[in-house]
Design a protein around this ligand. Structure first.
Ligand code: IPE
Ligand code: IPE
Ligand code: MG
Length: 242
């Protein structure tokens, strides 16, 4: 039992994916530069990562930088890239202490070399941790992943027909279950090129809270809400309640 939202510990999602949005507006509302919003957002990343591990979530995917985010002003892109390096370097000890494995999806080869190297070191150093996998979506977009998969597939299977399971094996998320729950903060009601294939039957949770203010209790509320939905996967309510 956790916080004021009574979470059922037997119904914790295996995989939670989060579109961490609203850092810029959070900062603006306080008269601060956007970049300080991103810095504040890192604190939320730490708190939500640790809370998910405590709750027994096995995979947490965080949308940290989309393919389209390269189109932001150069100084903001640079600040985000620097923040990624610093955060991974600083958090490595905590990831080890909490037995959390770091992985990434997206075209990380296009990141600046400092960010890329920190990321690879973080992934390498934590590869034997097994309590929870934290997946950072970096230079990621759902369409990029689908096209990337199609290209690899065309190469491997020129002759054969494939089903959905075969196709999933080519996505960068192949080894992760589809997220049961996708959270987006800051009041935006869209998917912004996040897990397009994987979200086919995810439950969506939208909140007006901006990412830097999304705390432990906000996550409990999201999971509580999720636990009170009926997931029907195309069937009738009567069928799933048999
Ligand atoms: C989310 O916050 C972080 C990233 C996209 C990197 P934003 O920077 O999108 O914040 P808003 O949406 O402008 O408030
Ligand atoms: C989505 O947020 C990407 C991340 C959270 C990294 P954006 O702020 O980039 O999305 P849009 O532009 O509002 O759709
Ligand atoms: Mg945004």
């Amino acid at each position: 039992m956790s916080g004021s939202y009574k979470i059922d510990n037997s119904l914790i999602p295996n995989h939670i994916a989060i579109i961490m949005d609203g850092n810029g507006r959070w900062a603006k509302s306080k008269g601060m530069p956007r970049v300080l919003g991103h810095r504040e957002g890192v604190k939320t990343v730490r708190e939500i990562t640790e809370t998910c591990a405590e709750l027994g979530v096995k995979y947490l995917t965080l949308f940290a930088f989309s393919t389209e985010n390269w189109n932001r002003p150069e100084y903001e892109v640079n600040a985000l890239m620097t923040l990624i390096v610093n955060t991974i370097d600083n958090e490595l000890k905590n990831l080890m202490k909490n037995n959390i494995k770091l992985e990434a999806i997206g075209d990380i080869s296009a990141l600046p070399s400092k960010s890329y190297n920190s990321l690879i070191k973080g992934i390498e150093d934590t590869k034997d941790n097994d309590r929870m996998t934290l997946v950072l979506a970096l230079n990621y977009s759902g369409r990029w992943d689908i096209v990337n998969a199609a290209n690899m597939l065309a190469h491997d299977h020129a002759e054969n027909r494939l089903d959905e399971k075969d196709f999933k094996m080519y996505l960068s998320t192949a080894k992760y279950p589809d997220p049961e729950l996708i959270i987006r903060t800051s009041g935006e009601l869209r998917i912004s090129n996040f897990l397009l294939w994987e979200a086919a039957y995810s439950e969506f949770y939208f909140t007006d809270i901006k990412w830097p203010d999304f705390k432990k209790e906000s996550l409990y509320e999201a999971i509580y809400d999720y636990q009170h939905r009926e997931r029907r996967f195309g069937k009738t309510s009567e069928q799933v309640n048999k």
